[in-house]
Design a protein around this ligand. Structure first.
Ligand SMILES: Nc1ncnc2c1ncn2[C@@H]1O[C@H](COP(=O)(O)OP(=O)(O)O)[C@@H](O)[C@H]1O
Ligand SMILES: [Mg+2]
Length: 365
């Protein structure tokens, strides 16, 4: 693990400086269309409501994707790392990846400055094999206000700051997983402008969770100028009971409601994933407290995880000092692995469709 600093990025501020209230739509759409092909590996985990499992989903997805790349590499196939980036100032992602107590934790200062002020982007390299991550924290609370201020002068183009940043490094990563919170319009727009695929986690069955999904689909529609390609690509259920491997009526009911919502918005209901993550609150909490994604935590619980020096990692214990149930942990990890597969299958499908339409456009011109 080490800090890597991207020092040769071109200025994002210069790219938006020529935009103001008077700029015509065409100029903005030219810039957006230029950026789009570079952002098709950006997957945003988001929903218009907090506490639905965005960070848990995003860190586990990033981890599983990184593991896949590491495996490809071991097989002599081409492989690229994954980048995890959280915009939320609570910085839960750094907990989930075990970075909170590391010397790399700058409470999101570098990330804030990279997004809003042309600062060098700093990533923690090799957080795990084939996984890089930026560190978020309290300083990221300034991002929204700073972007809003930029938008006073440069109108909609201000929301492209992150897209302009990621477009410069996206070729170095197989996937970029962006974890962004619903809290503020400026953050939502900034994340939405950068991501091509949106994955929404659902953990609660109340109307607020459904409302959060509605907010997200509206946001996608009303921000077409910033991102004509953004689509809700997958809806993932996190934390629902599995009885003998089957979903209970709780999940079936919320699924039915969401299906109605999705069809009503003229979207494809097949984006609701069959794969879902079981309710395992105690283990989920331990994963976060131990700084390990579910799969890694399960390996530790099974007494099969080795550290960098090849030493066996002691089996984790719960708050009462008892060994964590390995079988339960493994099942949770399997859920994440299946979920990641479902998400990526849909993302790939969409990217193929996007590439096809690129080719048609090229053929026509
Ligand atoms: N499989 C699960 N079962 C039950 N609770 C879970 C599960 N996975 C995560 N949680 C809990 O959901 C809560 C919210 O998760 P988090 O990823 O931080 O949400 P967000 O980033 O959307 O705010 C956390 O307290 C976490 O422990
Ligand atoms: Mg979060």
């Amino acid at each position: 693990m080490e800090i890597y600093e991207y020092t040769e990025l071109t200025s994002r501020l210069e790219a938006i400086i020529e935009f103001d209230d008077m700029s015509d739509d065409e100029k903005l759409s030219e810039l957006v269309n230029q950026l789009r092909p570079y952002l098709r590996n950006v997957i945003g985990a988001t929903i218009g409501k907090g506490g639905e499992g965005k960070t848990t989903l995003a860190t586990n997805l990033a981890y599983m994707l990184a593991e896949e790349q590491a495996l490809r590499d071991a097989q002599g196939k081409s492989a690229k790392p994954i980048l995890y980036m959280e915009l939320d100032h609570n910085g839960d992602g750094r907990l989930d990846l075990g970075l909170a107590t590391s010397s790399f934790n700058d409470d999101g200062k570098a990330l804030r400055d990279a997004i809003t002020n042309d600062g060098n982007l700093k990533v923690v390299r090799n957080v795990r094999p084939f996984l890089d991550a930026t560190v978020s924290g309290k300083h990221c609370a300034d991002i929204a206000a700073r972007i809003s201020k930029l938008s006073d002068a440069h109108s909609l183009a201000a929301y492209l700051m992150l897209a302009l940043l990621l477009a410069q490094i996206s070729h170095l990563y197989r996937w970029i997983v962006l974890d962004f919170a619903p809290g503020d319009k400026a953050i939502q727009r900034t994340g939405l402008a950068a991501a091509t695929h949106l994955v929404a986690p659902i953990r609660n069955t109340d109307n607020a969770a459904l409302g959060g999904l509605g907010t997200l689909t509206r946001l996608i529609r009303t921000n077409r100028r910033l991102n004509p390609e953004a689509e809700l690509t997958a809806i993932a259920f996190v934390g629902f009971r599995k009885v003998k491997g089957e979903p209970t009526t709780e999940l079936l009911n919320v699924r039915a409601k969401i299906e109605t919502l999705i069809t009503g918005a003229n979207m494809d209901p097949s984006l609701i994933l069959d794969e879902y993550v079981r309710d395992a609150r105690a283990i989920a909490t331990l994963c976060r407290n131990h700084g390990r994604p579910a799969r890694e935590f399960a390996l530790a619980a099974a007494g099969q995880l080795h550290d960098d020096e090849g030493k066996l990692v002691p089996r984790p214990r719960d708050e009462n000092g008892r060994y964590v149930d390995a079988e339960q942990s493994i099942k949770l990890a399997e859920d994440y692995s299946n979920l990641a597969r479902g998400v990526i299958a849909r993302v790939r499908q969409r990217n193929n469709a996007l590439r096809e339409s690129d080719n048609q456009m090229q053929g026509a011109s």
